[in-house]
Design a protein around this ligand. Structure first.
Ligand SMILES: [Ca+2]
Length: 321
């Protein structure tokens, strides 16, 4: 908790770190300059657009997890210098750089729910209990263990997304501050964040069931808000650069892991697509709750170019699941 709060305080003071904003602010973004590029040709071996993982049973209930295909492509990661708001300067760790995601991959349509987590791990650590709410208070180590167990169970390679995969998928072609554009006023249609996460019954802010808000253009829900989502990478203040922009995986070593997307208790500025959270992998926090979603590939499934549309413009609400 001390570590977590220290990071938050530092971020609020410098307005440069991630976890922007704590409870008060509202950050904003402008636009990047690169859209997703579509593979030039199609192949006869189109991968399935969706993947359903069988997670086994929880009691008598069969539990599955839905993933959607994210196409290969290029995008501009990070935020432009104009991405500020009256209360926040642009974090210095969001320098824009073009990144190539060379291979399509599947990504969880939602954050991992408490039902899904318990079916695999046999426990539910969440502070905010609810079977369809995202699991929270999960450490990075526990999230990775979940992925390992699901990999064994399903025969797929299930992992946390890299930080680049996360932002690429979250943008879904958007060059703006959010997946839907730049307007803070629209964030509540897509995300649970501090302005709308209040539970009227308890009078407290909380996470909410996954998938209730609008998805991004590639069919991914709650990429912004609800719970922060662990990424695979060690945190690096300076990412990108020569030889680092092709399927980047972050530093080889480190002491702090990356989370993305903001949460139920963060402001709009903290919910921006480029915003970068970071905490220790053992769960050195207690107030904001680490959640996650998974990526997956399976033998022979992604040998051809992706078939999913890749030309979504910012502002599009995207296809249904
Ligand atoms: Ca989220």
């Amino acid at each position: 908790m001390l570590f977590w709060n220290k990071i938050i305080r530092a971020a609020m003071v410098t307005a440069a770190g991630l976890l922007v904003g704590g409870v008060s602010a509202a950050m904003r973004v402008a636009s990047a300059s690169e859209a997703v590029s579509r593979p030039a040709t199609a192949s006869a071996t189109q991968p399935a657009k969706e993947l359903l993982l069988d997670l086994g049973n929880l009691g008598a209930k069969k539990v599955t997890m839905q993933l959607v295909l994210v196409p290969a492509g290029k995008f501009v990661m990070g935020s432009p210098a104009t991405e500020t708001d009256p209360e926040h300067a642009r974090p210095k760790n969001e320098v824009q750089h073009e990144v190539t995601i060379s291979k399509a991959f599947y990504m969880g349509v939602t954050e991992v729910t408490q039902t899904q987590y318990e079916a695999v791990m046999g426990k539910n650590p969440s502070k905010f209990k609810g079977p369809t709410q995202p699991v929270d208070l999960v450490s990075w180590d526990e999230a990775v263990e979940f992925c390992k167990r699901v990999s064994i169970k399903t025969g797929k390679t299930v992992c946390l997304p890299t930080e680049a995969q996360w932002e690429y998928a979250a943008r879904a072609g958007s060059k703006a501050r959010y997946s839907f554009g730049d307007r803070d006023a629209d964030l509540g249609d897509y995300a649970w964040y501090i302005a709308n996460s209040l539970d009227r019954a308890t009078g407290l802010r909380t996470t909410h069931p996954v998938g209730l808000k609008k998805p991004n253009a590639w069919g991914l829900y709650d990429m912004q808000g609800n719970v922060w989502e662990w990424c695979a990478d060690w945190y690096a203040a300076n990412y990108g650069g020569k030889d680092k922009d092709l399927d980047p995986t972050g530093p080889a070593t480190g002491s702090i892991r990356v989370l993305r997307g903001g949460s139920w208790t963060y402001c709009s500025f903290g919910s921006r697509l480029a915003g970068r959270g970071r905490i220790g992998p053992k769960g050195e926090y207690d107030v904001n709750g680490g959640g996650f979603r998974v990526t997956a590939v399976g033998a022979g499934e992604l040998t051809g170019p992706a078939s999913r549309p890749t030309t979504a413009a910012s502002g599009a609400s995207g296809p249904s699941r």
